[in-house]
Write a protein that binds this ligand. Structure first.
Ligand code: AMP
Length: 191
């Protein structure tokens, strides 16, 4: 089983690349943002709760997010491996993920991070907002708050995985194909 955390700030291209990589390596793609948006669309209790945080550009509380992630992993007992996109985003989530993967006799093999400068992120998200229909992409203040939240709570996870020799940084600027190639080089080295 090969399990990868695809990492990077909002707008780094995680979703786009995860969609390609899941096909290429036959991995199950779990995006916590997508699961929240699905719940919002279906007006579930979880969706209502998540929306109140997402609309402000803040993270949804750890306990809610961790339980949801576990449930998503458990839905796929036959998986060849997972590509986690948008999770973990806090130290508590990273600890929970390590514990949980251990319980199913597995582990995170690598955190592969897409590195992109902040001003490029803002431009990309504003562009995406014109077509994505995502309210959190439509407002520059919310975009900047999401990036600030990333530096407050998520960026430290580099250290967490670096200490385990599992951190791989990749230049996230270029064509989609070029970036896929850079990510594939890292993943091929794990197999
Ligand atoms: P994303 O689709 O990854 O950009 O996530 C959109 C929003 O969903 C984030 O701004 C958070 O409000 C929420 N979210 C997604 N993943 C997580 C997570 N792992 N922990 C907390 N909140 C999350």
């Amino acid at each position: 089983m090969t399990n990868i955390v695809l990492f990077g700030p909002p707008g780094a291209g995680k979703g786009t690349q995860a969609d390609i990589l899941k096909e290429k390596y036959s991995l199950v793609h779990i995006s916590t943002g997508d699961v929240f948006r699905y719940n919002i669309k279906n007006k579930t209790e979880l969706g209502d709760l998540a929306k109140s945080y997402m609309d402000k550009g803040h993270l949804v509380p750890d306990n809610v997010t961790i339980n949801m992630l576990k449930a998503e992993v458990e839905k796929n007992p036959e998986a060849n491996g997972f590509i986690f996109d948008g999770f973990p985003r806090t130290a508590a989530q990273a600890e929970a993920l390590a514990f949980f993967m251990g319980e199913i006799n597995s582990q995170i093999d690598a955190m592969v991070a897409l590195e992109v400068a902040d001003e490029v992120l803002v431009c990309r998200l504003l562009e995406r907002g014109k077509v994505s229909g995502r309210p959190d992409d439509a407002n520059e203040n919310v975009i900047r708050e999401r990036i600030a939240e990333y530096y407050r709570k998520t960026d430290i996870l580099k250290d967490f995985y670096q200490k385990k020799d599992k951190y791989y940084g990749v230049n996230g600027v270029g064509t989609i194909g070029e970036i896929t190639e850079r990510l594939s080089e890292v993943i091929d080295g794990l197999l």
